[in-house]
Design a protein around this ligand. Structure first.
Ligand code: 5AD
Ligand code: SF4
Length: 437
């Protein structure tokens, strides 16, 4: 191969998987992957716009390629994803970085080959932002990069319009993939040797196909072979007793649930348009824990939503205390142009949000640490993912998503092993290899 690509990905797992689809397109065009932009003939930025800092990261890194592009004029720079799906942002990007060759939106990913060919023919910047979702394309074969895990999209888009969130504007309305195509894909992945399947969607439990989401999950869990099944993300309003039942009855489905709560204050939840109260959330978690007592619940939390008072924030701290999340992603509210919350009065001053997030992180970490301590002396099953050269240890995860490290000489990637936990440090565990499973 004499043509190389380099992809830079920002944001969520959906984007990570979409970068695998971009890699699939580029490899079919004869490009091979390379580690650094300096060696690449094409550099693709797959962007995110969920918060301002994700945008700024992308702008910073695109800016850093200016010199390289001046020295290597035939190198192609393409920028796609959620950020450029917004026409105003795409135009702004074109103005600020005129040396970017291709700008495309989330709905145009499948046309990347044509866009590159057009750029090779024409001198001017190719900009293609389609504002309708189009049909789901099944013909892009991803070039997977996260063995032993394989990401599998089951639905795209979001209809929820949480008032702070830009996703429904850049990912369009909900579209579900055909259930049989999903099941066939998982069956082939398991046959190829993937040991963990993660079903992806902005709101997986509003999946609408021939099967409901719990039935789809159960069919997939019924596929022969040893593998773990995960799914994300679930919306609390759609998290049903039927799903709890399917999780409880199928050992391949990990006892682990990512259930973003966002806030513990009912006033804030209402203003966020989340359509549940903190009591509803606690009831659902209690029902889950009743059936699956050791189920790890993880979450997303936002502080500094417009109008959030000290009392509202204290309600969030109280909820964190009651649930005892295995871990949580914590965010400072970021104002997104075009969303309902961007127009709300009483935007919270930055210093107030900063103080709140520090307290929240401390509260979350204290719970995570306490939970980790309960692992000491226990033997847990780890799926080996990677070698951590710095620490000279192998790294894997247990079904709850906790990282487990152990010393080992040989390459164990993709194997299930049992380790006896000797130390717990924050969210990660260290142990001794007991046996391979
Ligand atoms: N500001 C801060 N956090 C946000 N999220 C989504 N939109 C925003 C925003 N405008 C968070 C939510 C969501 C996660 C993926 O990102 O917590 O669950
Ligand atoms: Fe955004 Fe809410 Fe949809 Fe999640 S459910 S993607 S937070 S609008």
């Amino acid at each position: 191969m004499d043509k190389f690509y380099h992809i830079v990905t920002y944001g969520c797992q959906m984007n990570v998987h979409e970068s695998e689809k971009i890699a699939g397109i580029l490899s079919e065009m004869g490009y091979a992957s390379c580690e650094v932009p300096e060696e690449a003939d094409i550099v693709v930025f797959n962007t995110c716009c969920i918060r301002e800092n994700a945008e700024n990261h992308a702008y910073g890194n695109i800016g850093m390629l200016k010199k390289l592009k001046a020295a290597r004029r035939d190198m192609i720079i393409a920028v796609g994803g959620c950020l450029t799906q917004q026409m105003s942002k795409a135009e702004n990007l074109h103005e600020k970085f005129p040396y970017v060759d291709i700008i495309f939106g989330t709905h145009n990913l499948c046309h990347l080959k044509e866009l590159i060919e057009r750029k090779l023919r024409e001198k001017k910047t190719v900009i293609e932002i389609q504002d309708t979702e189009g049909d789901i394309r099944e013909d892009n074969r991803p070039l997977r990069t996260s063995y032993p895990n394989a990401w599998v999209n089951i639905m795209y888009g979001c209809n929820n319009f949480c008032s702070y969130c830009i996703v429904p504007y850049v990912r369009g309305r909900e579209r579900s993939r055909d259930a049989d195509k999903i099941i066939d894909e998982v069956r082939s992945l398991v046959a190829e040797g993937y040991k963990e399947i993660t079903l992806l969607g902005q709101n997986v439990n509003s999946y609408k196909g021939r099967l409901t989401f719990p039935r789809l999950l159960e069919e997939i869990a019924g596929i022969d072979g040893k593998f773990r099944l995960r799914f994300m993300t679930s919306h609390p309003k759609d998290f049903s007793p039927e799903l709890i039942d399917v999780m409880a009855r199928n050992p391949k489905i990990c006892n682990c649930l990512h259930l973003p709560v966002q806030s513990g204050s009912d006033a804030v939840l209402k203003a966020m348009n989340r359509r549940y109260t903190s009591a509803d959330y606690l009831k659902k978690v209690a029902a889950l824990k009743e059936r699956i007592p050791d189920c790890a619940v993880t979450t997303d939390l936002i502080v500094g939503f417009p109008g959030e008072t000290d009392e509202d924030f204290n309600d969030t701290l109280a909820l964190v205390d009651k649930v005892g999340f295995a871990s949580a992603f914590t965010f400072v509210y970021s104002r997104r142009e075009g969303t309902a919350a961007a127009k709300m009065p009483n935007q919270v001053p930055e210093e107030v949000s900063k103080a709140r997030i520090m307290r929240l992180v401390d509260a979350v970490n204290a719970k995570t640490r306490a939970l980790s301590q309960t692992y000491i002396g226990r033997t847990v099953e780890i799926l080996c993912e990677d070698y951590d050269g710095k620490r000279g240890l192998y790294m894997g995860r247990d079904e709850h998503g906790r990282m487990g490290y152990f010393a080992c000489e040989k390459d164990m990637t993709g194997q299930f092993v049992n380790i006896k936990i000797t130390h717990a440090n924050g969210i990660s565990l260290t142990g001794e290899l007991v046996q391979t499973v």
